[in-house]
Design a protein around this ligand. Structure first.
Ligand code: GCW
Length: 720
């Protein structure tokens, strides 16, 4: 008998605390649609919506209907009906403006006019004396975006009594770039294998593909590059193209176009030609034919993304031609079908005096030489997705070229899968930077959204952090950076706090005692990592090749600029890369007010100091600490703040889903170890140059420098 009680007890306990089977697991991302728990709100929502009416039957409108069924019923209960008549108050009326007879009775013209081909209007109004909420736009996809936004507002506990939302994207191409290989691995992926199952496509359509499209459409992403920029040319064979076409069919109703990375040498590598020279007529014909084949399978194919003459990839320089010659070759093949080329500016040779200068030197002279369906895709900083970089000097310097920003959402250099880092502050920092290209206020955001130079073909790309892990990103907070990327591509003026707030509410809870502390954690999280990895403008001091953990001692690469020592330049006199006129003069690539301020030790912000200057160890910073002491304090502050995050997280036990809480607890424990490891390894290493003692308050390393140098991680993820 006792045993039976014990068993029943266990079952009840499991039901209450949530066993693995009931845990939320993060799969639904920001579309969890949980029952509204604030009863007052629930009442208000139900008063405003008793039924919904969707006009139109296109696949996109059907997707909108599906979403409303799912979302409204799950958040408000089964009583919400679908109707085709406006016979009472409280109907949510959804349809395209202009074709919907009901919506034309609302005076929406001036609002709808503003939102273009992808925006939407959500409005409280009344039709024939009946109170309604209207969701509308000029196109079906605009309407679908509106439906998602409306449902997400409800998830966020927003008041829907007097709605007047007018929203449209400021940037045209809002892209996720997958670095997924055809064999299922993901370069720099930390959330498992690729979500694309090439083997079972085109017949087997995983529900995950549809959920991928839903989640992306919900945040306005309208393009996906399916394969790695280190491109396997076989993606362009018929065998794969039919599979790509199947994915395109899934994504189309959600407004998402597919793009592919093309290998510049594909005509040779696929065994068809002896050359890939852009001036060769046969090569041109090869690409023309390839474009024709692709568009016969995928009529709305988006275009190509190309990494050329970089890290072993072939490109036009192999034929003594410019990057523009290469880009235009592909652009001309795609032009008849309105396809575009995103040509990466991440081009460098291994032995330059200063790698940070190369992209500018190569591309600036080509301004105006690219065809109008080419965008130059520029990483946010001049080097390579470091925890902190100044903005790339190419922003603002190429007024006659379409530009697309490339951010990295996957955290190759920010702690990879185990760290909790919300990347909106990093994205914002770049977008807010003032290039001074046309005087004060010429921010990177304005370059990117086309306002500064009047470009209309604009874009923002994010290197995806998505994998086949159940929660998509390995660490649930990885979802927040994917979310932030989409929101900023839609509106680059949103603040990090606004975005964090939205995400927390849809992911964990609407309760203030959850939202506020998690918000605090997230907003600080990127600076924490900078502090314990790369304070004061340090960069590129990661473990060799896998980029996991500290490796400031790395000096053994045959490529000089793959060595950490190339970047930090520590010696007995000081540390940092002199990029002023006495050094590489990279500062001169910026517009004068920026260049002057970076060039002077006095005005260069401490956070970028060692990026631009070689600074004596005992130099006094703006904090009045010596450089050495400040470096020690920053590393320690990084460790301390991870411990703060742990405290905050521990205080949330019981307030959010237990399994999600526990997963994050374990990840923070790993992050704390990593922060301590970084601090110890870097300070011990740099101390061999500074020869100065640690100031008070700095944790004592528990191992020798030799020990840290000996660590290696043969199967670290993401390195294939
Ligand atoms: O940061 C480097 C990565 C490479 C990547 C490259 C790039 C896809 O270490 O893995 O290759 O950038 O952006 O092309």
């Amino acid at each position: 008998m006792k045993k039976i009680f014990a068993l029943v007890g266990t079952v009840i306990l499991l039901a209450v605390t949530g066993s693995a089977a009931f845990a939320r697991e993060g799969y639904k991302l920001w579309l969890r649609y949980e029952r509204v728990s604030n009863l007052q709100r629930l009442r208000e929502y139900r008063e405003s919506i008793s039924a919904f009416l969707v006009e139109g039957n296109s696949p996109t409108m059907n997707a909108a209907k599906h979403e409303l069924r799912l979302g409204l019923r799950s958040m408000l209960g089964e009583g919400i009906s679908e109707t085709d008549k406006l016979n009472r108050s409280g109907v949510l009326v959804v349809g395209r403006y202009g074709t919907s007879s009901l919506l034309s009775r609302l005076d929406l013209h001036s609002k709808v006019e503003k939102v273009g081909s992808e925006g939407f209007v959500i409005l409280s109004g009344s039709i024939q004396g009946k109170k309604v909420i209207a969701i509308t736009g000029n196109t079906d996809i605009g309407v679908l975006y509106g439906v998602f936004r409306f449902l997400m507002m409800m998830e966020q506990d927003k008041d829907i009594a007097n709605l007047d939302v007018v929203s449209y994207p400021r940037i045209r191409l809002r892209m996720l770039d997958h670095w997924d290989n055809l064999n299922g691995t993901v370069e720099r992926g930390y959330a498992g294998f690729s979500i694309w199952d090439w083997h079972t496509l085109p017949i087997y359509i995983k529900p995950r593909y549809i959920d991928y499209a839903r989640a992306n459409a919900a945040i306005g992403i309208n393009g996906t590059v399916l394969n790695n920029v280190n491109a396997d040319p076989r993606i362009l064979t018929h065998h794969y193209l039919v599979k790509v076409a199947a994915l395109a069919d899934v994504f189309r109703p959600y407004g998402i176009k597919v793009y592919l990375c093309a290998n510049f040498d594909a005509p040779i590598l696929l065994g068809e030609l002896k050359t890939a020279n852009p001036l060769d007529k046969q090569v041109q014909k090869w690409w023309d034919d390839k474009a024709k084949e692709i568009y016969s399978l995928i009529p709305d194919f988006g275009g190509f993304l190309v990494k050329a003459n970089s890290e072993g990839q072939p490109g036009p320089s192999d034929y003594g031609l410019t990057q523009a010659d290469g880009a235009n070759l592909l652009a001309r093949a795609l032009k008849p079908y309105e396809g575009i080329v995103m040509w990466r500016a991440f081009v460098y040779t291994y032995n330059a005096k200063d790698r940070a200068k190369q992209a500018y030197n190569i591309f600036k002279p080509l301004d105006g030489k690219f065809d109008d369906n080419v965008l130059l895709q520029i990483k946010n900083g001049p080097l390579d997705f470091q925890p902190r970089e100044p903005f790339s000097p190419l922003f603002g310097a190429m007024p006659k070229t379409n530009l697309i920003m490339e951010f990295q959402i996957t955290m190759e250099y920010l702690g990879q899968g185990t760290s909790t880092v919300f990347l909106a502050p990093l994205f914002r920092e770049t977008l807010n930077s003032d290039t001074y290209a046309k005087g004060k206020g010429s921010t990177v955001a304005k370059v990117i959204d086309g306002k500064l130079d009047g470009n209309t073909l604009t874009g923002m790309a994010g290197v995806s952090n998505i994998g086949a892990d159940r929660d998509w990103t390995g660490n649930i907070f990885g979802q927040s950076s994917w979310y932030a990327f989409g929101r900023l591509a839609w509106n680059p003026n949103l603040t990090s706090k606004e975005i964090a707030d939205e995400w927390i509410r849809m992911t964990f809870s609407n309760k203030r005692d959850v939202v506020d502390p998690v918000d605090g954690m997230m907003l600080q999280s990127r600076e924490n990592v900078v502090n314990y990895m790369d304070p004061l403008g340090l960069n590129m001091i990661f473990g060799y090749n896998n980029h996991y953990g500290p490796g400031p001692w790395v000096d053994f690469s045959p490529h000089p600029d793959w060595n950490s020592t190339y970047y930090h330049r520590a010696d007995s006199a000081g540390i940092g890369f002199d990029r002023t006129s006495t050094g590489s003069d990279a500062v001169s690539q910026y517009f004068p007010p920026v260049a002057d301020s970076l060039a002077s030790l006095k005005t260069c912000p401490d956070r970028l100091l060692l990026w631009f200057h070689h600074v004596p160890w005992n130099y006094r910073l703006k904090t009045d600490n010596t450089l050495w002491d400040q470096m020690c304090y920053d590393y320690q502050a990084g460790v301390d703040s991870v411990r703060e995050m742990q405290k905050t997280w521990n205080s949330l036990k019981g307030k959010i889903d237990n399994e999600e809480w526990n997963n994050e607890r374990m990840l923070l424990e790993i992050q704390e170890h990593e922060a301590v490891w970084w601090r110890n390894a870097c300070l011990l290493y740099f101390q061999t140059f500074s020869k100065m003692p640690f100031p008070e308050g700095i944790g004592k390393p528990d191992h020798t420098l030799k020990y840290y140098e000996s660590l290696n991680f043969p199967n670290a993820p993401g390195t294939w």
